[in-house]
Design a protein around this ligand. Structure first.
Ligand SMILES: Cc1cc2nc3c(=O)[nH]c(=O)nc-3n(C[C@H](O)[C@H](O)[C@H](O)COP(=O)(O)OP(=O)(O)OC[C@H]3O[C@@H](n4cnc5c(N)ncnc54)[C@H](O)[C@@H]3O)c2cc1C
Length: 411
């Protein structure tokens, strides 16, 4: 049995802690915020409706997400409701528009020979030398108008400009998930992390406990908070890369870095869902926001929450103006919108990873142990950026620690 400190109570940290506990290890989870879940966060409005400020969609290929739904009796609701993207001030529908480019991504995916270790795959390495914007320019057989619009999809899905995203990342993430977002959690995504935390037991999770420093020695790790020191056999650091940069390490460790997305959502509550019946009336002033969708479409009360999803921190008045232009008759929001700009939060500093050209080797190194410290989190997975990525990383790291403990015990 090992004593393990898990830093961060997002999906990755909770998964690692649950698996370590199940394998008989002693676990403590240290969480900076006053809540568990990290980038899984369901927020509530006073009229009873709620919205997902972070993760929302579940993909058909999410193996562990479905396993946990089964384990905790959590229901999923198939995707439906108003969804659009904004282009030159107009509301458009995305799926049909981008299908042809999706097929080109699939062709590239079929040429990969090692998706488990893409840094060893010459095709993946060559794709990792290009960015998505360059590749898009070369797709001359595709309608130039579709190619002009596709960056909206990239900004909305990856929260970076196409120039910043490695082509290898697009191919690995897209093909590894089907990216279909076919359903969402009926009770909000936070139902998942709440169930995981309750299974783990509140005594094992310390909230409002940001870790400040980690000292690694040959036979132990010391994890330091404002008030305490935890001396353990191993540590799982399950926090986003920008948050990791804020932790002091001894010996000083230069953790690898991957490109990170920015922005988030503005969640605007309305008394009813006028957008379901009305057709967009006019073009709004061109805004820099990517997706617009009903974040509460399956909730039974009449009220709705319109989400503006963007890689830029949006001006609230501009968003409300655009909504009112598209849907004349839309009343004022029923209460103040909720801002979820994840890249501005100290505990996140990012929306999720969006590896740049050349980041494949950094990804490989993020998955290696740093002495008795192992990193978990969506950023450590080849298919990065999803709930499933975080859960898979937690499981992978817990298995590695369990195996190392077993080898140590038998040595
Ligand atoms: C706007 C948005 C939309 C998204 N949409 C989807 C989606 O539709 N589908 C999907 O599958 N995924 C989606 N994601 C991605 C998904 O939310 C993440 O991949 C996943 O939740 C990351 O989990 P994690 O455990 O790796 O990190 P996090 O959830 O960030 O957890 C890290 C935890 O560490 C804590 N922490 C930070 N610093 C410290 C410290 N010093 N000491 C202690 N604790 C610390 C944080 O407070 C946090 O609780 C979305 C994310 C965002 C932001």
């Amino acid at each position: 049995m090992s004593r393990v400190a898990v830093i961060g109570a997002g999906a990755a940290g909770l998964m690692a802690a649950l698996e370590l506990k199940a394998a008989g290890h002693e676990v403590i989870v240290l969480e900076a915020r006053e809540r568990v879940g990290g980038r899984i966060h369901t927020v509530h409005f006073s009229n009873g409706s709620w919205a997902n400020a972070g993760a929302e969609w579940v993909n058909t290929t999410d193996v562990i997400v479905h396993e946990l739904c089964e384990r905790y009796g959590l229901d999923l609701t198939p995707r439906y409701g108003f969804e659009s993207y904004a282009f030159d001030g107009r509301l458009e529908h995305r799926d049909e528009d981008f299908e042809q480019i999706g097929e080109e991504v699939e062709k590239l995916a079929a040429s990969l020979s090692d998706r488990d270790e893409p840094w060893n795959d010459p095709v993946a390495r060559s794709l990792d030398r290009s960015n998505v914007a360059e590749w898009l320019r070369g797709l001359e057989h595709i309608d130039p108008d579709v190619r002009r619009r596709y960056p909206v999809y990239i900004r909305g899905e990856y929260m970076v400009e196409p120039e910043e995203l490695s082509l290898a990342s697009l191919v690995l993430a897209h093909s590894g998930t089907a990216g279909d977002g076919y359903a969402r959690f009926t009770a909000g995504t936070a139902a998942l992390t709440a169930a995981m935390a309750s299974d783990l037991g509140s005594a094992r999770i310390l909230l409002n406990t940001p870790v400040q420093a980690i000292t690694t020695a040959a036979s132990s790790v010391t994890v330091v908070t404002a008030t305490d020191r935890y001396i353990v056999d191993a540590a799982v650091v399950a926090i986003p890369l920008p948050a990791l940069q804020r932790i002091k390490t001894d010996p000083e460790t230069d953790f690898p870095w991957l490109g990170q997305g920015r922005g988030g959502k503005l969640l605007v509550p309305y008394r009813d869902r006028l957008w379901e019946s009305a057709r967009p009336a006019a073009d709004a002033a061109a805004t820099r926001f990517e997706f617009i969708y009903d974040n509460a479409s399956h909730q039974t009360n009449a009220a709705g929450v319109l989400a503006a999803y963007s890689m830029e921190i949006l001006d609230e008045a501009e968003v409300l103006d655009s909504f009112a232009t598209w849907f004349p008759g839309l009343p004022a929001p029923s209460e103040s919108p909720i801002r979820a700009w994840w890249s501005t939060e100290l505990e996140s500093g990012t929306t999720y990873s969006a590896p740049r050209p050349g980041d494949l080797d950094a990804l490989r190194r993020l998955r290696e142990p740093f002495g008795r410290v192992r990193l978990a989190g969506e950023h450590t997975e080849i298919v990065f950026g999803y709930i499933e990525s975080a859960l898979a990383s937690g499981r992978r790291v817990a298995q590695a620690i369990d195996q190392a403990a077993a080898e140590g015990a038998s040595a």
